[in-house]
Design a protein around this ligand. Sequence first.
Ligand SMILES: NC(=O)c1ccc[n+]([C@@H]2O[C@H](COP(=O)([O-])OP(=O)(O)OC[C@H]3O[C@@H](n4cnc5c(N)ncnc54)[C@H](OP(=O)(O)O)[C@@H]3O)[C@@H](O)[C@H]2O)c1
Length: 400
Amino acid sequence: MGKALIIGAGGVASVVVHKCCQNSAVFDEICIASRTKSKCDALKDALQGKTATKIQTAQVDADKVDELVALIERFQPDIVIHVALPYQDLTIMDACLQTKTDYLDTANYEPLDTAKFEYKWQWAYREKFEQAGITAVLGCGFDPGVTGVFSAYAQKHYFDTIRQIDIVDANAGDHGYPFATNFNPEINIREVTANGSYFENGKFIETEPMSIKRVYNLPEIGPKDIYLLHHEEMESLAKNIKGIRKIRFWMTFSERYLTHLKVLENVGMTSIEPIEFEGRQIVPLQFLKAVLPDPASLGPRTKGKTNIGCIFQGEKDGKPVNYYVYNVCDHQECYREVGSQAISYTTGVPAMIGASMVLTGKWKKPGVFNVEEFDPDPFMDALNQFGLPWKESFHPDLID
Ligand SMILES: NC(=O)c1ccc[n+]([C@@H]2O[C@H](COP(=O)([O-])OP(=O)(O)OC[C@H]3O[C@@H](n4cnc5c(N)ncnc54)[C@H](OP(=O)(O)O)[C@@H]3O)[C@@H](O)[C@H]2O)c1
């Protein structure tokens, strides 16, 4: 049916590649392109011969629009699945515009020198994508991604008005290291050391990092400390869910993780301000990334489960409704299936599904969209089919 160019060859990209190869009816051909071509070749070698999907590889610096355009013109993909880093969002969108190719990513743009992610830069492409007649799907991992699809599904089937959304992202996995991050350490640490925020009555309220904590009893995982964070999907859900009054995003962290992070922060290792070291400029956070375990190496060691979901409160036919929809994913089952832990798995599977929605025409319309702006039903079916089955409850515990 179609051809996908997958940019990036890290933890998430590896899952996208495995999942596209499981869905050869939609993905006839893929090209894996990244900065380090040997990583693309290793993925190709692992899968070739076990799938009907044809696999090519290429080297590309996705910071350079001309290199991207040349690669797109050579491979002629129907869609670009961007699973490199958020810093490349705009260069890849520019290349897609020049070549009139559909686009999908899992994380919104943030400038390299400012740890502030916002949709404004990518939403600014809306008219240009409309005029070019191409589709951009933004933030199609799990969170953002499935959390937006869950919101659209709740809105479509169970609510007249959703008043409150609490997104709860819990990872009860243990990799056995004193400290490691489950996805790109630089992106992860930038996210968790930033101020928190939540949306209430039309505006965002900023909070000190990790200053709001609750305990939530998660299905199949049990009670966990959850901390309020700023997270990118709150920005689009505040705009796209009509009548919404409050949105909060919660993530679990162990005391051990937070203690390590505090020490690293206190000694300046999480800073993104360059410093002079032995005659050259280095960014402390990038150096820290270099000494931390590679997230891709956590797969074989990580045991336990993740649970990510959304708790909705609102009304239907004048009556109050509470609804909780979530997915539970087992790190070791993911590893057995695709050789990655659940964090990469829960991001890569939705990226493949989102791309298949565009390729099959179900999510094909000109412009730049967040996932909740599309029909959630075929995506929800595909989650069940491709390894992220969801469960629902109409009597969830609520978070005060
Ligand atoms: N929405 C969600 O639920 C969610 C959850 C987790 C992660 N994410 C996002 O998923 C993305 C990938 O995460 P990850 O954990 O897979 O990261 P990762 O393991 O660090 O992989 C990133 C890949 O991008 C490549 N890359 C970096 N800069 C590049 C450039 N200029 N040109 C070409 N390739 C480049 C890297 O190449 P090298 O190998 O040469 O370094 C690497 O292969 C990130 O944007 C992250 O924010 C989203």
